[in-house]
Design a protein around this ligand. Sequence first.
Ligand SMILES: *Cc1c(COP(=O)(O)O)cnc(C)c1O
Length: 968
Amino acid sequence: MLNTALPSLAELENATEFQARHLGPWEQEQAHMLSVIGVASRQALMDGIVPASIHRARPMDLPAPLTEAQALAELKSIAQQNKVMRNFIGQGYYGTHTPGVILRNILENPAWYTAYTPYQAEISQGRMEALVNFQTMVTDLTGLAMANASMLDEATAAAEAMTLAARAGKSKSTRFVVCHDVFPQTLEVIQTRALPLGITVDVVHAAQLAEHLTAHDCFAALMQYPGVNGQVRDLRPLIDALHAKGALAIVAADLLALTLLTPPGELGADIALGTTQRFGMPMGNGGPHAAYLATKDEFKRSMPGRLVGVSVDSHGNPAYRLALQTREQHIRREKATSNICTAQVLPAVIASMYAVYHGPSGLTRIAQRVAAYTAILAEGLKALGRTLIHSTYFDTLQVQCDDRDAIVAAAVAKGINLRIASADTLSISLDETSTRDDIIDLWTLFGGTKALPSFAAFEGGVALGLPAALRRSSAFLTHPVFNTHHSETEMLRYLRALSDKDLALDRTMIPLGSCTMKLNATSEMIPITWPEFAHIHPFAPRDQLQGYDLLNEQLCAWLSQATGYAGISLQPNAGSQGEYAGLLIIKAYHESRGEGHRNICLIPESAHGTNPASAQMTGMTVVVTKCDSEGNVDLDDLRAKCEAHSANLAAVMITYPSTYGVFETRVTELCALVHQHGGRVYVDGANMNALVGLAAPGQFGGDVSHLNLHKTFCIPHGGGGPGVGPVCVVEDLVPFLPAHRSAGLGTPSQVGAVSAAPLGNAAVLPISWMYIRMMGADGLKAATEVAILNANYVATRLADHYDIHFSGGSSTIKGGGVAHECILDLRPLKDASGVGAEDVAKRLIDYGFHAPTLSFPVAGTLMVEPTESESQAELDRFCDAMIAIREEIRQVEQGQWPQDDNPLKNAPHTAASLLKAEWPHAYSRETAAYPVASLRQQKYWSPVGRVDNVYGDRNLFCSCVPVSQYQE
Ligand SMILES: *Cc1c(COP(=O)(O)O)cnc(C)c1O
């Protein structure tokens, strides 16, 4: 009998289940919010805000959505097309055991992975302590004075070291030397980076470096330690020869080997760099992993990337904060030391905790085991009649074999990958995961039918392949933090204590304009640690990577639907790298047409700092254009500059919707204007969360964009990385997308590799795949609309209390009509109250919130981006806090509280400061701690008072220091 009360089968199957999970406000809440804004429907809101001129011609063509379980099953079947092998390829990627306590409590823990970059120091003390541990680990192991808190990968770190040396070194030479046994992918990324800067790259055999220097100048040289084929060379003579020439010595070094080897700093190196992958991060087909970069003290102000330092808080207690930000792109723009914004914080935290957990003796034991197994493998291979090319080694052997292809084939049949080092040699790299059985299998492969050696001979010990003159004698990781948390209980509590100090998305909305802190759903995260994705070597034979190939193909096709672009490369591993790649593509395009002289890049003054910094890296000259009073690109000024630079115009970089969160109505006109002058339009895609499903930059006139998959497509920010910054191009630019020649990929017309691995941060791509697969075209469009709805709801609720800067000026919408974010202008309040945007940002901490974006794109403002994932209840909690704070400001304006002593100026309030016997302030302790009643149920206590940034830069400490030293 037909049961008419039963919903349809399709409804019961609920294929759109995830849409409702991803979106914060449910239907009734949306209806209420629309009524507050004063529009009848979501469609009416869109009609009032999104200019008709940019509407998509047709909806995105994406597969119908799947439930969470279905999507996981489909992705599993894709993952299983990868072949998980035993890898002995080395070349910068090694097997490693992620300690379970770190896997579950960091990599799989939203308290760590959903945090933002630690710009707000007070709510970021936990992860900054972890990053100071990272810096200390790197300085200790490398023997250098300063280290930053992560680079994107070893190859880009080497490229950054090259430009650092060019900038900070004394030599005027434009030649850079790379030793022959540097990782090939590192050489390729260096060559890509050197080309537009006019740097000549010489590849020289390390044994001939000194001789080369008698005939040639150079400003620096890069050496690999140990070399790609395992040789451990004494670099002192090379370093001395370089210094005699006034050139800098850069050493790419393996951190695990440095527990046993004399560190680069003691050899005299100026800069050291490398990957920290083998400290607990799975290979993941190439990333994400944190790279490191360390320098002598004299180069600290030229250091690229993020640096965490120690300062003091308002109570005189030590507190961490980001140091020397005046080097960085968001302040120095085209004069910045590098374009790095998002780095690799989560992998850096993992690597640091791997060192904390194992401690110096545990790390040494792992390194000794690897070195001992390698020596045993070497002895056995020799006993089996094999010739080793090098007599020194740590973990890698290069073996002569005339039967190379037969061995490789036999190895693959056994599930083993070796590295093809030359026409008649193979190399084998061991690692933390290597076992006796592995060694026996390797002996069998190389020994044929010969009787195998026995382990018995080695039980008492074996001579290692490390030269006696290069054995490390200095201590490392002596700070208590590396010598305390060695039981799992201690470690668990240390990790918990650190994450409890921080505010991440698991506790509160993070309404950061431009940064799009939306839901990072658990089902999206689950696949990243599947062995079929995690335990893949990026330089494994291509036929073993079919799962990743399919993931790449599908994700690119879907992102192509979302953006309207014809071709996409997922290789750039942050937005900044996507910008850099995109501008290289534009350059290559002009050169292909004999117009290589086009080198002017017009960038509006409101642009994100990475834009001018990236343009500078490609050798372009940045010309800044104006914005009008509404925050739009000043088209008259742009036209004048296009005309003035017409013959040399390479590109114009805009952000859409603008960095002010406004849909500029004349964007198609702007694109046409640039094209008339022979330039190409770069549309910064960081604000795609306002566009997906509604408009596509590739359709409204953009030629190139980067996306931030760690913003719009749900990859978590990880406390400041990893990210993925795909570069997307129109049809005629597809031939120029980045190649990866060292992995055998690409044509001569393509620009060179921009990342160490062909697929960049490959292992986090499943997150975006899951998001799109579960949302479908309608779901993604709904997400965009709800993001715009949420922003307009906040703007409307706050419009009576704050000036909303640069709203779109819609007369039909109460808040004025903003896109997916809105700017609150605090400047008008400053005169009467002395309270500025920073005070409001810090006071929000007392209310339990992470601040909105502070002073970008306009100084003295807060930019709020709620995203679609926040419910009405959370938006109201935020609006109520902002309104209460406005009332507090009014009390200062009216003189009830002094301008220099009020809850805003003294925020954030620590528990300790409230428990002091004396309370000399004009407001009560209750007002300080519990300005709204709900805080009595749930309260976040800032672990430190307001952090003094200036003090920290004047007294720079960037590693764990004994408190006594710090107090000097
Ligand atoms: C975040 C952002 C970038 C930089 O992206 P990263 O991944 O941090 O390098 C560039 N432009 C805009 C507008 C952004 O918001």
